[in-house]
Design a protein around this ligand. Structure first.
Ligand SMILES: [Ca+2]
Length: 202
């Protein structure tokens, strides 16, 4: 009578070990799948008020700055001043990402925390992939809509297109779009921008 019971017990111990190994391997594979791209998305790098890795674009270049007064993570954020100059325009900071980091079929996510103080402007982030001819072949764009006076997470993702190669460019943009000029001078804040390869191409 004893033998079948021992066999039965061993069978379940083996099953439990196999399951534990599967869970471990799956966990490791999932962790390895998501790969963050270093973009100084927290605006913490470099000396005070330094836009390390970022270049300014838009109509109010002199005023764009790194704030040390309002931030979501760390001790700095990107501050984009909102005033009459910005009406109907898109402005902010941008950087080119290393095209070697991406391969056709990769799913790339972009996210940020955004602080909206004026409903006349829409701060957000975008990831744009351009072909060798300068035309965009994929875009992930997200921006805040209506919430005021509180940090809000915005996120989007894109799949690197099949026609992507090393002659293409990948641009990350932290921006504000303003349909109408706000009543007075105001600010938008963007922090903790993350770009990550959420799923590597198979
Ligand atoms: Ca920060």
């Amino acid at each position: 009578m004893k033998k079948p019971l021992v066999k039965f017990h061993k069978f379940w111990v083996l099953q439990a070990r196999v399951m534990a190994m599967i869970i471990l391997f799956t966990g490791a594979a999932l962790a390895a799948e998501k790969q963050s791209v270093d973009v100084n998305g927290g605006f913490e790098e470099g000396p005070s008020n330094s836009l390390t890795k970022w270049a300014i674009f838009g109509p109010f270049q002199k005023n764009l700055m790194v704030s040390e007064e309002k931030f979501h993570g760390g001790s700095r954020s990107l501050r984009i001043p909102i005033n009459a100059e910005i009406e109907g325009k898109i402005a902010g900071a941008q950087q080119m990402l290393d095209a070697n980091l991406f391969k056709p079929g990769d799913v790339v996510g972009v996210s940020a925390y955004v602080f909206l103080t004026s409903s006349a402007c829409k701060p957000g982030v975008a990831l744009e992939v351009f072909g060798p001819d300068g035309k965009d072949i994929a875009v992930a764009s997200c921006r805040i809509e209506d919430l005021e006076g509180e940090w809000q997470l915005v996120k989007s993702s894109l799949t690197i297109p099949e026609n992507f190669n090393q002659s293409c460019t990948v641009k990350l943009i932290a921006k504000v779009f303003s349909k109408a000029a706000p009543a007075g001078n105001d600010d938008a804040y963007i922090d903790d921008i993350q770009v990550s390869i959420e799923q590597k191409a198979k």
